[in-house]
Design a protein around this ligand. Structure first.
Ligand code: ATP
Length: 207
C-alpha cells in the first residue's frame, strides 16, 4: 500500500511529519509520497517558491526511511487538482492500494474539491482525525464508502473511506510564517535544518 500526503508545505513542519510517520507505521505502508502542490485550488499562490518548498521538504525528510518526495504536481504545473494526481499515480501503480491521507480540516471541505467523487474511483481516502473529536454529518455518498475495518483497505484497491485517529500537533504553516515575519523563534515546530534554510534565504520576512 502506498500513502499519499499532499500539501503546500509552505513550510513543511512537525505536524505534517509526525502524522506521515504515524500513518506509515499504522497501515504498514511501503512508502509515503509527499506531494507538494504547484498551485493549490481555492487558495492564493504559495509564499515560498516551488524550488524553496521542495528544498525544505528534502531537508526535512533526509534519512527518513520510506518517505519520498513526488514532484508530479510541480512537473504538471497549472492548478493542482488531486483527482489528476491520483489518476496519474493509479496509472503508475495499477495493482497497489493507494491511501490518500487528509487532515480533518481538509476533509470538511472535501465535497468542494474538483470531481471529488472520482477520488474514490482512484484511491481510498483516510481522514486523520484528532483523537476524541467527532466528525460532522457525512454526505450520503461518503456514508456508503465508510468502513470501520482497516483490513478493507488492503483487500480493495480503491473506494473506501476510513477515519484514523492520530496525534495532532497544533502546528500550522501560517502560524510559522507569522513567527518568521515577527522574528519570534519557531524552534521545535519544524526541523532545525528547515529553519536555517528559511533564515539563509530570507523567506517569510513579510507576510
Ligand atoms: P497553512 O497554514 O498554510 O494552511 P498547513 O500547515 O495547514 O498550511 P498544508 O500544507 O496546507 O499545511 O497541509 C497539508 C496537509 O497536512 C493537509 O491534509 C492538512 O490537513 C494536514 N496538516 C496540516 N497541519 C497539520 C497538523 N498540525 N497535524 C496533522 N496534519 C496537518
Amino acid at each position: 500500500m502506498i500513502g499519499i500526503f499532499g500539501g503546500t508545505f509552505d513550510p513543511i513542519h512537525y505536524g505534517h511529519l509526525r502524522s506521515a510517520l504515524e500513518v506509515k507505521h499504522i497501515f504498514g505502508l511501503t512508502e509515503v509520497r509527499l506531494i507538494p502542490s504547484y498551485q493549490p485550488p481555492h487558495r492564493d499562490k504559495p509564499h515560498g517558491s516551488v524550488g524553496n518548498r521542495l528544498h525544505m521538504l528534502r531537508l526535512a525528510i533526509e534519512g527518513q526511511n520510506g518517505f519520498k518526495i513526488d514532484t508530479r504536481e510541480i512537473d504538471r504545473q497549472g492548478v493542482s487538482f488531486m483527482v489528476d494526481t491520483l489518476a496519474s499515480l493509479r496509472q503508475e501503480f495499477p495493482s497497489q492500494s493507494l491511501l490518500l491521507f487528509i487532515g480533518g480540516d481538509a476533509f470538511n471541505k472535501l465535497t468542494t474539491w474538483h470531481q471529488w467523487q472520482r477520488l474514490f474511483d482512484l484511491s481510498h481516502v483516510v481522514v486523520m482525525t484528532r483523537p476524541g473529536s467527532p466528525i460532522g454529518q457525512l454526505d450520503d455518498y461518503l456514508v456508503a464508502k465508510q468502513v470501520s475495518d482497516r483490513q478493507e483497505l488492503s483487500q480493495n484497491l480503491v473506494g473506501k473511506l476510513y477515519f484514523q485517529p492520530i496525534t495532532q500537533l497544533a502546528i500550522s504553516a501560517t502560524a510559522i510564517r507569522t513567527m518568521f515575519a515577527e522574528q519570534f523563534s519557531p524552534r521545535f515546530l519544524l526541523p532545525d535544518a528547515v529553519i536555517a534554510y528559511i533564515r539563509q534565504h530570507k523567506l517569510y520576512e513579510t507576510l
